[in-house]
Design a protein around this ligand. Structure first.
Ligand SMILES: Cc1cc2nc3c(=O)[nH]c(=O)nc-3n(C[C@H](O)[C@H](O)[C@H](O)COP(=O)(O)OP(=O)(O)OC[C@H]3O[C@@H](n4cnc5c(N)ncnc54)[C@H](O)[C@@H]3O)c2cc1C
Length: 498
């Protein structure tokens, strides 16, 4: 089992160059970068890789049209560059997608048309295709199922799409291939200091309950919305840096929105952007931007957020979506950085921030999935400087990301479910080669069944639990506990009246 190998490496290494805390997009990107520069790298994740925000995004590899409207050209240009690198380096989990903005006034047609043309031009040679003005007939062809009342036409532009959690797992494998050790279900609990400098971190293996003291030359806090908790392990009285903002997504069947293109609504009632994006044969609708006080690893959707998304989707689609038709609701927290005085989270910085504490803990937060590679490059450059590591150049712009070896099964008898063509062999691969430890790891992140249809995920959970128990040598009690825990989780993704 790969995880056992990782634990052995953890115990046999007397000192690491770099220890990374957090196995989301940011931490995994740092691990790939550090290992590929030749540094002795350890990454620890308290739950499963991408259990946090990094499995709960809108799945867009994008420059951020919204940031263009806010005038943040630098951020958009950087993200457009990163979009191109990601599409090139991970073609197995990314794709180009056409987005259409329906317009209902001539002013909007020009306003959004010019903005989205600029978006194309800002990408320069890395553009994914030309932005086009569409007449009403063509808009209805490109967006079947859209409301045509007062429709004047549309704008079509191109952006990227991806499978976030799959990319995260593949980044973990790439980091390992490059020589890193990366372990899930290992939580950083406290720091050990000498002469006011952090010299070690105590981590706990949540599966075996073992604790390890891990020495390193430098430590990176890449824990997203949990960054304050880790910074306060270093400086207990430190003020909070993060202003978390919640975003929910609703998943429905394709018959509500059957075309291959995505719908982009540039301005909802409260001035946000809303998407309807085809994904794995379903449609993702979202997202919201709700400031929250409480940080949870499994945040819950608010009733008003669900109402907000259905209200706007139903305004644009001809077939009405009701709560009963929702297949899954998933919720993520944005790790936005506080900036004094801003009233709403939609105006807070989406840029990333790197901070170094007196005891030399490097904290990275903010940013977005699309720019994870650039964030990692900046962080590892900083780590080299702080820990006086040998200067080695970043190579991740050109580095291919490892694809998983899931075979396309052909015999429907072998499928886990008629709608999801995974087999027993795939589950074995997830457990032995991808460190899946719990039923949720298979159904939420190695496959995306929980995010696509929470009811089906509950139905197949007992089969997955039994097979995992055989592979991991767990008893019947483990199987029952896993089924109970997973069913409770799936109930949160499924609305009570759905
Ligand atoms: C609703 C929503 C939609 C989004 N859509 C997009 C999009 O379409 N495109 C895009 O580019 N970006 C998008 N983003 C942004 C993007 O998802 C995030 O910027 C990114 O996932 C953040 O990754 P992260 O690694 O910083 O945080 P996380 O993914 O939260 O990872 C942090 C990890 O640290 C772990 N951790 C915490 N404490 C400890 C500890 N003590 N020890 C060990 N591990 C610990 C956590 O368990 C967690 O897994 C979206 C964000 C949201 C919320």
């Amino acid at each position: 089992m790969l995880r056992d190998q990782m634990l052995t490496q953890l115990q046999q290494t007397p000192q690491w160059d770099i220890v990374i805390i957090g196995g989301g997009a940011t931490g995994l990107g740092c691990a790939v970068d550090a290992a590929s520069r030749g540094f002795k790298t350890l990454l620890v994740e308290q739950h499963d890789f991408a259990k946090g925000t990094s499995s709960r995004s809108t799945k867009l590899v994008h420059g951020g049209v919204r940031y263009l409207a806010q005038g943040n050209i630098k951020l958009v240009k950087e993200a457009l560059r990163e979009r191109a690198y990601l599409l090139r380096n991970a073609p197995h989990v990314t794709s180009t997608m056409a987005f259409v903005v329906p317009v209902y006034s001539w002013w909007d047609k020009w306003f959004y048309g010019i903005g989205l043309k600029m978006y194309q031009l800002l990408a320069g040679k890395l553009s994914l295709g030309k932005t086009k003005w569409l007449n009403k007939r063509k808009t209805l062809q490109e967006l079947p199922g859209i409301n045509d009342e007062k429709l004047k036409g549309g704008i079509l532009y191109y952006d990227g799409q991806f499978d976030d959690a799959r990319l995260a797992i593949d980044l973990a494998k790439t980091a390992i291939q490059q020589g890193a050790t990366a372990i899930n279900y290992c939580k950083a609990q406290s720091f050990i200091k000498q002469d006011n400098r952090i010299t070690a971190v105590v981590i706990k293996d949540e599966i075996n309950n073992n604790a390890y003291t891990v020495k390193a030359k430098t430590f990176i806090n890449a824990t997203g919305v949990f960054a304050d908790a880790v910074m306060q392990m270093d400086e207990p009285h430190k003020d909070n840096l993060i202003a978390p903002s919640q975003g929910i997504h609703v998943v429905v069947d394709r018959n509500f929105f059957s075309g291959n293109n995505a719908l982009m609504i540039p301005k909802t009632d409260d001035g946000r952007v809303l998407f309807a994006v085809p994904w794995h044969n379903k449609v993702i609708l979202g997202t919201t931007d709700t400031p929250v006080k409480h940080i949870s690893i499994e945040p819950k959707p608010l009733e008003e957020e669900i109402g907000f998304i259905l209200h706007h989707a139903n305004r644009y689609l001809t077939k009405t979506i009701t709560r009963k038709e929702i297949r899954s609701v998933f919720v993520g927290l944005r790790p936005l950085i506080k900036k004094g005085g801003n009233a709403t989270t939609s105006l807070l910085s989406r840029d990333h921030t790197i901070l170094v504490s007196k005891s030399r803990l490097i904290t990275v937060s903010g940013g977005k999935w699309t720019t994870y590679r650039k964030m990692a490059e900046d962080v590892i450059d900083k780590a080299i400087q702080i820990a006086q590591l040998p200067q080695k150049t970043c190579i991740t712009r050109q580095l291919s990301i490892q694809a998983s070896r899931i075979e396309a099964a052909t015999n429907s008898k072998d499928f886990l479910h008629a709608g999801f063509h995974y087999t027993a062999q795939d589950i074995q691969y997830f457990v032995t080669e991808e460190m899946a430890i719990k039923v949720e790891d298979v159904l939420a992140r190695r496959t995306r069944i929980l995010f696509l249809n929470a009811t089906i995920a509950s139905t197949v959970a007992p089969i997955v639990a039994q097979q995992m128990a055989n592979l991991l040598q767990r008893d019947e009690q483990w199987v029952q506990d896993e089924i109970t825990t997973f069913t409770q989780l799936a109930n949160q993704y499924r609305l009570a009246d759905a």
